[in-house]
Ligand binder design. Structure first.
Ligand code: NAP
Ligand code: GLV
Length: 312
């Protein structure tokens, strides 16, 4: 029998406890699924299902852990933890991906079509402004991983000329795939709409600084569901105030919840959403977790392993 610890808050236990045990049983894996207030010797835990708000910061007592399975796609809070020696797996979940595609398409279309301009009028002025077609609006996504690629494919299928940028070279049908510093310059120069879906690592922190924001075409729209520190906040405010960037829709922030006195709240060129672009959905994520435990138990390579050196 294996022992699986759900390390998080009460809500994680409520959402994952029973479904995970049922799915493991269905997969023929005899398991005990426990939470942190159920006393068990740490060295007897085989797998840790880890929520980013978990209080567990010292993994060293879990000497028998075969993997730590993160409940989020982003691993920046755990990847640098030196006490973690077991393999770290990030979340790839069809529900999480589907939610991100819907959110990005909605916010891209909001700006592309000028929906605010058309639905918010109260002055009885019949001012028709027919929006361009998607094919006339070059769009770039920084990050062509699980989420970036799915968003790129969805927006490309609507007709947007989509470019994507990643660390390693990619080939995504219908998407102009770029990489490297030269690729980044090209990706930014064409981006009337820019979506950030990069992980937060030492190499991506403040990637969008004033120099790179200046490469965007005048009037560009920035949409960030990636991580707050991908952007230099002051540089963004300056680019908005100068009119170089027309609007920024931000879902993620350096500090969350975004402090009440933060200038982003009141800025007319910024839309704040409270880190809701997407979320892991227990009904689809449980299958992914069980598949990784099944692999761990049968000696097969784990899926979605984090490269601790790269930080994602
Ligand atoms: P992923 O599959 O690991 O993809 C990451 C992408 O970023 C890959 O294409 C990777 O390039 C690229 N990348 C990483 N470092 C780079 C660098 N230095 N230069 C250029 N490209 C780089 O991650 P994912 O599942 O798509 O998730 C992406 C991020 O979305 C997460 O880390 C998280 O921060 C964020 N997220 C936000 C929400 C939300 O609700 N707001 C929800 C889920 C996730 P390679 O392909 O070459 O490796
Ligand atoms: C959410 O932000 C995630 O990283 O899954």
């Amino acid at each position: 029998m294996i022992r699986v610890l759900i390390s998080g808050q009460r809500v994680d236990w409520d959402e994952y406890g029973e479904p995970l045990l049922a799915a493991l049983t269905n997969a023929g894996i005899e398991a005990e699924v426990i939470h942190e207030r159920m006393p068990r010797a740490p060295e007897t835990i085989d797998y840790i299902i880890y929520a980013p708000w978990s209080d567990m910061k010292d993994f060293s007592p879990f000497t028998g852990a075969k993997a730590v399975i993160n409940l989020w796609a982003g691993v920046e809070d755990v990847v640098t933890n030196d006490s973690l020696k077991a393999p770290l797996v990030r979340m790839v979940d069809p529900g999480l991906t589907g939610g991100m595609v819907e959110w990005c398409v909605a916010h891209a279309l909001r700006h592309h079509l000028g929906i605010d301009r058309d639905v918010c009028r109260r002055n009885a002025v019949w001012d028709q402004c027919v929006p361009p077609l998607a094919r006339e609006r070059p769009l770039t996504i920084l990050g062509l991983g699980v989420l970036g690629r799915a968003v790129a494919e969805a927006l490309s299928s609507l007709g947007f000329p989509v470019a994507g940028w990643s660390r390693s070279a990619k080939d995504v049908p219908g998407v102009t795939c770029l990489s490297g510093e030269g690729g980044l310059v090209e990706a930014l120069r064409r981006a009337e709409l820019l979506i950030l879906l990069l992980p937060l690592t030492p190499a991506t922190e403040e990637l969008m600084n004033s120099e790179r924001l200046a490469l965007l075409p005048k009037g560009a729209i920035l949409i960030n569901p990636g991580r707050g520190p991908l952007i230099d906040d002051d540089a963004l405010l300056a680019a908005l105030d100068s009119g170089h960037i027309a609007h920024a829709t931000l879902d993620v922030f350096r500090e969350e919840p975004l402090p009440g006195d933060h200038p982003f709240w009141a800025h007319p060129g910024i839309t704040v959403t409270p880190h809701v672009a997407s979320a892991t959905r227990p009904d689809t994520a449980v299958g992914v977790i069980v598949e990784n435990i099944r692999r761990g138990e049968s000696g097969k390579p784990l899926l979605h392993l984090v490269d601790r050196r790269l930080g994602y």
